[in-house]
Design a protein around this ligand. Structure first.
Ligand SMILES: Cc1cc2nc3c(=O)[nH]c(=O)nc-3n(C[C@H](O)[C@H](O)[C@H](O)COP(=O)(O)OP(=O)(O)OC[C@H]3O[C@@H](n4cnc5c(N)ncnc54)[C@H](O)[C@@H]3O)c2cc1C
Length: 202
């Protein structure tokens, strides 16, 4: 298992949960599980694959979970909005960029918060309310850096890693996984499918 400063920073609870999940799998299925080693395909040469190729020396590990370093897309890196690291760097609370009346939200922006849909959704709402406030003079809004990420464990038990990602270091907690956590995750998915894609689940 690799922790890397360029990986999404979910904090220690995430890694404790992974370890627990892994030991539960060993207990229930024995220790004869074959572990596959990921190797980037030949011929590809990107910053991500170059980084992964450097993990070859780690093949002695029983388990390696590697997250490729996030890099901005070329269109973002080339834009006049790009700042440090070629990411867009809006004010992280108002989402306003250095250009007047231009807002940025989601994966094109620098972390924190982590690059995840839940943050993209929250940031976009704040940016939209601030744009509306500029136009109509209504109340403005600020993003506070809180968010969560669902985790599913064996046995239909779910939990969410929740936290305040603007804190230094991020203040993150993981609730004990249970069936209520799984229900919450399913309700979340149902809501998003309905509200974003107009898809109903029977
Ligand atoms: C495998 C995977 C699993 C994930 N799982 C989760 C999860 O469980 N929970 C979670 O919260 N997040 C998850 N994420 C992260 C989540 O998908 C992103 O954080 C989220 O989609 C970011 O939204 P966004 O709108 O900022 O960017 P995107 O969803 O990437 O949208 C950007 C859009 O811009 C378009 N685009 C790109 N270049 C151009 C161009 N030049 N011109 C026009 N359009 C362009 C793209 O086609 C795309 O439609 C996952 C991501 C991946 C890759």
């Amino acid at each position: 298992m690799m922790r890397n400063s360029s990986s999404p920073n979910f904090g220690d609870p995430f890694f404790h949960a992974l370890r627990r999940c892994r030991s539960e799998q060993h207990t229930s299925r024995g220790r004869k599980r074959k572990i596959r080693i990921f190797e980037p395909s030949r011929g590809s040469d990107t910053p991500q694959t170059r980084a992964l190729k450097n993990f070859r020396f780690l093949w002695r590990y029983t388990l390696l979970l590697a997250v490729p370093q996030a890099v901005p897309s070329q269109v973002v890196a080339d834009s006049p909005l790009a700042g440090e690291g070629s990411w867009v760097q809006p004010d992280r609370e108002t989402l306003l960029t250095r250009l007047e009346r231009v807002y940025a939200a989601g994966d094109c922006t620098a972390s924190p918060p982590p690059k995840a849909g839940i943050f993209a959704e929250a940031e976009t709402g704040v940016a939209a309310r601030n744009i509306a406030a500029e136009i109509d003079g209504g109340p403005s809004d600020r993003f506070d850096g809180t968010g969560y990420c669902f985790l599913e464990f064996p046995g239909q038990r779910g939990s969410a890693l929740e936290g305040q990602f603007f804190a230094q270091p991020p203040e993150v907690r993981l609730a004990e996984p249970d069936s209520g956590g799984t229900s919450r995750n399913q309700a979340f998915e149902t809501e998003r499918l309905r509200d974003w894609l107009d898809v109903g689940l029977s």
